[in-house]
Design a protein around this ligand. Structure first.
Ligand SMILES: Nc1ncc2cc(-c3cccc4ccccc34)c(N3CC[C@@H](N)C3)nc2n1
Ligand SMILES: [Ca+2]
Length: 424
């Protein structure tokens, strides 16, 4: 059973069908005609459109698993995928949770413990306070030790929420008070800590694969620096910023850390990268169906080859200049094709994009022998893609691919937000 919707639910259903695994979809009343509900072997309505009454409604999701006799629940990403409570309840009800263990989710949800664990595993971490800080004096002392500018972060935070940049001693007290109130409101936990600000980094995600027999390999990295308000806009592999030596080095450290952690499954280790230095940020983990079935890895690091280039554009149903959401009926739909082009989407001709959920509607992925060829192929695919009836960010992606900064891969995590402001 897939406790999710949209393109990720479609992708999971496709993977299951190729293994001959029966699938159950859950959907809100707004998603009764959605593709994931149609593709699955069975589909169960779990409530009204509001996420807290449907895709975040744990009792309704568990009940759907019970009445369909599901034996495993896959959370996808977002929604309940990083909720330790959900993972625990799923396992308590006798379902396999196809995701990280509740203890791993809890560990990675506590940003201080996650950093301590990463450091113990030999990963480079961002200089900062070893624990949460209480009063203004301890913040002032820690900030003087670290050196301004510093970043105040919520221990229970993540995804960019609850971070506050502080450039001088004068701003510190107010910033701490504001950050504490925001953390309490957002996470019900006002614990804060301090880190040295990494001013203009790239965001690099290293993919690792491990089985429970102690084998772990890394599958290279994705550069996810092009983002807006913590939503990825475009991802590419390999990162244009890394040379083969750096790739091998950070990959080896990531797979060694996962091996040491005794972790099994597919995992992503997120790093900030600046001036040749990596800094561990967080670890996202998934369990692949095969590894969940307990099969040993069929490959070792020497078998892993890095060839060519791949770029993924994440298309949203938003106005390409104002980013105002643009739900509505897809009145005409034609997907690009040809060699090296993949479309991951739940759209179809006549589909009604609901206003209740996040605006990602499609991922266009191009692969080619070089970055230049990949950009040409991706542009051709985006120009071929027809989505009528709603606004999409396809024009913005074409502008991004045509920009000099992109061609020269001269961008950091902040560049895209400036680019849309200047050229919007
Ligand atoms: N010490 C220090 N310096 C700079 C940082 C910059 C970010 C950050 C800030 C803004 C956008 C980002 C996009 C991708 C990755 C990181 C960011 C950051 N994040 C964003 C979400 C959360 N994973 C941590 N932490 C940082 N920490
Ligand atoms: Ca993450």
């Amino acid at each position: 059973m897939i406790a999710n919707r949209g393109e990720i639910a479609v992708r999971i259903i496709r993977a299951c069908r190729e293994f001959g695994i029966k699938t159950v979809a859950v959907h809100s009343t707004a998603d009764a005609e959605a593709m994931h509900a149609r593709l699955a072997d069975e589909s169960v309505c779990i409530g009204p459109p509001a996420p807290r009454e449907s895709y975040l409604n744990i009792p309704a999701i568990i009940a759907a698993g019970e009445i369909t006799n599901a034996n495993a629940i896959h959370p996808g990403y977002g929604f309940l995928s990083e909720s330790a409570d959900f993972a625990t309840i799923v396992e308590e009800h006798g379902f396999i949770f196809i995701g990280p263990s509740p203890s791993h989710i809890t560990l990675m949800g506590d940003k201080i413990r996650a950093k301590q664990t990463a450091a113990e595993l030999g990963l480079p971490v961002i200089p900062g306070s070893a624990s949460a800080l209480e009063n203004a004096d301890s913040f002032a002392q820690a900030a003087d030790d670290i050196g301004y500018p510093v970043l105040i972060k919520a221990v229970a935070g993540g995804g960019g929420r609850g971070m506050k940049r502080v450039d001088s001693r004068e701003e510190l007290v107010t910033a701490v008070a504001t950050a504490r109130a925001e953390a309490d409101a957002a996470f019900g936990n006002d614990a804060l800590y301090l880190e040295k600000l990494v001013a203009a980094p790239r965001h690099i995600e290293v993919q690792v694969l491990a089985d429970q027999f102690g084998n772990a390999v890394h599958l290279g990295e994705r550069d996810c620096s092009l983002q807006r308000r913590h939503q990825k806009v475009l991802e590419e592999a390999p990162s244009p910023a890394l040379d083969p030596h750096q790739r091998a080095e950070i990959g080896a450290r990531a797979s060694a850390a996962v091996r040491e952690l005794g972790y099994r499954g597919v995992g992503t280790l997120e790093f900030l990268y600046e001036d040749g230095a990596f800094y561990f940020m967080e670890m996202n983990t998934r369990i692949q169906i095969r590894v969940a079935a307990g099969e040993p890895l069929a490959l070792n690091q020497e078998d892993v080859r890095f060839e060519g280039h791949a770029i993924e554009c994440r298309i949203t149903a938003e106005d390409p200049d104002t980013f105002r959401p643009s739900p509505g009926t897809v009145s005409g739909y034609h997907t690009p094709g040809g060699p090296g082009v993949r479309i991951d989407s739940a759209l179809y001709d006549g589909y009604r994009i609901p206003p209740y959920y996040d605006s990602l509607i499609s991922k266009v992925i191009a692969q080619a022998g070089s970055r230049t060829a990949c950009v040409m192929r991706l542009r051709r695919a985006l120009e071929e893609y027809v989505i009528q009836g709603v606004s999409t960010t396809i024009p913005l992606h074409l502008r991004l691919l045509a920009s000099t900064a992109f061609a020269e891969s001269a961008y950091d995590i902040h560049w895209f937000e400036r680019f849309v402001t200047e050229t919007g």
